[in-house]
Design a protein around this ligand. Structure first.
Ligand code: FE2
Length: 164
């Protein structure tokens, strides 16, 4: 888990400190994986090749843009709760549980399959974090729900391009 919660700042939000710490931990863990997924989606966007290049290239950029929005919303919930949001890229690389992107894979269907596999890890993490947060902090749970819904929809877009 990504943790940088020792420096909990005072806020006027009346949740207990241990709840805030736990939510910040979940939020920062998700920031790590969303950021890694964003990077991998851009690698796919830049390097994908095939007869339908342009449609894949453009779809992948739309998906990457959704991740940028999600990263910002999730990180800022961590700061709103008094935490420190995010990590330097060097620390983030050590914390991510996504497989490393293979730059030698450029064939369209293989690229989209590799991305769908990683997308599912992050989408399923969001769903797990809804469950973990809803009992303690309905606003954080609501944010994870919003992120989860978009991740699931974009996973469908990836899957629809590779499977009948
Ligand atoms: Fe681009």
């Amino acid at each position: 888990m990504a943790t940088n919660v020792s420096q909990l700042k005072r806020t006027r939000i009346d949740l207990a400190d241990d709840v805030k710490r736990r939510m910040i931990e979940l939020l920062n863990t998700h920031v790590v994986h969303l950021t890694d997924l964003w990077n991998q989606t851009k690698l796919a966007h830049w390097n994908v090749r095939g007869p339908h290049f342009l449609s894949y290239h453009e779809m992948l950029d739309t998906l990457a843009a959704h991740l940028v929005e999600a990263i910002d919303d999730v990180a800022e919930r961590a700061t709103a709760l008094g935490g420190v949001a995010g990590l330097p890229i060097q620390d983030l690389a050590a914390q991510t549980k996504l497989p490393k992107w293979d730059l030698s894979v450029t064939k369209d269907v293989e690229v989209l399959k590799a991305l769908a596999d990683r997308w599912a890890v992050v989408a399923n993490e969001a769903r797990k974090f809804i469950e973990e947060s809803e009992e303690h902090d309905s606003d954080t749970a609501d944010l994870f729900t919003e992120v989860s819904r978009q991740l699931d929809q974009d996973l469908w877009f990836l899957e629809a391009h590779i499977e009948h």
